[in-house]
Design a protein around this ligand. Sequence first.
Ligand code: ATP
Ligand code: TZP
Ligand code: MG
Ligand code: MG
Length: 267
Amino acid sequence: MHMSYLSKVRQANPLVHNITNIVVANFTANGLLALGASPFMADAIEEVADVAAMSGAVVLNIGTLNEAAIASMIEAGKAANLHHVPLVLDPVGAGATAYRTDVTAKLLSELQLTALRGNVAEVANVAGESWASKGVDAGAGEGDVVALANKAALKLNCVVIITGREDIITDGKRTYIASNGHSILTRVTGTGCLLSAVVGAFLAVSGGEVLEAAAEALSFYGMAAELAAEAAEAQGPGSFQTLFLNQLSLVTPEQYSSRSRLKLLEA
Ligand code: ATP
Ligand code: TZP
Ligand code: MG
Ligand code: MG
């Protein structure tokens, strides 16, 4: 992969519209700013269609749900579809409760996603398979995760990203495995949610190359975590969180090229 979507994000400074949860809103906005994108957190039904239409990407996240937020997500998503703005969904906790499962199904029935990003339990649930979850985290489970991602991508007609120790990025035909990353990411809340927003920023500048831009986003994000973990040394998750935000702004396209561990699976 030779084109740097990272440089494009920093040049274009795309507006990323987020309707997200109360846990991660501040971290997500700071992460997008550090990356070089422009966050816009807006969830009032009166304005979401306008915000979506003026944005480079729309990111929906069901982490802390309520009926008003769902109505706003549908309104924003429809505006994104109408104006050909990339649309990302993070189905936080889908499968953990019937309500989250039903809401995810409703969003998917009304909206055409550009990309879905979740942990294995969330994506399994969306694909109609079962996988244990523990609240918003994936539980232990067994199965072919690549086949699961492919199935979900074909079902939803969008790019599907399943994250974990290794990340899978697929459009159902071509599949990348991104193996940069660090386990300390699991000790800081919102690292998955911020990742979904970062995917949105990369899709805003993808020029239609959704799979490639998403794969680069995953590899970049994991690499920023590796570099932050090195800098944090024996310090804990609190210091890591700060150093990780720093790295989102510091990783250069040259560093990306030399450290990226992104593999295209043989068909
Ligand atoms: P969960 O709630 O199950 O933790 P999530 O929505 O937080 O899910 P993750 O799967 O944790 O999302 O992914 C967030 C980031 O953390 C991704 O960049 C992913 O590659 C990374 N990650 C998750 N687990 C590991 C791990 N064990 N080792 C390295 N990186 C990991
Ligand atoms: N509870 C509801 S949403 C949320 C929590 C803890 C944040 C989940 O963030 P992530 O990125 O999935 O870890
Ligand atoms: Mg996590
Ligand atoms: Mg999550």
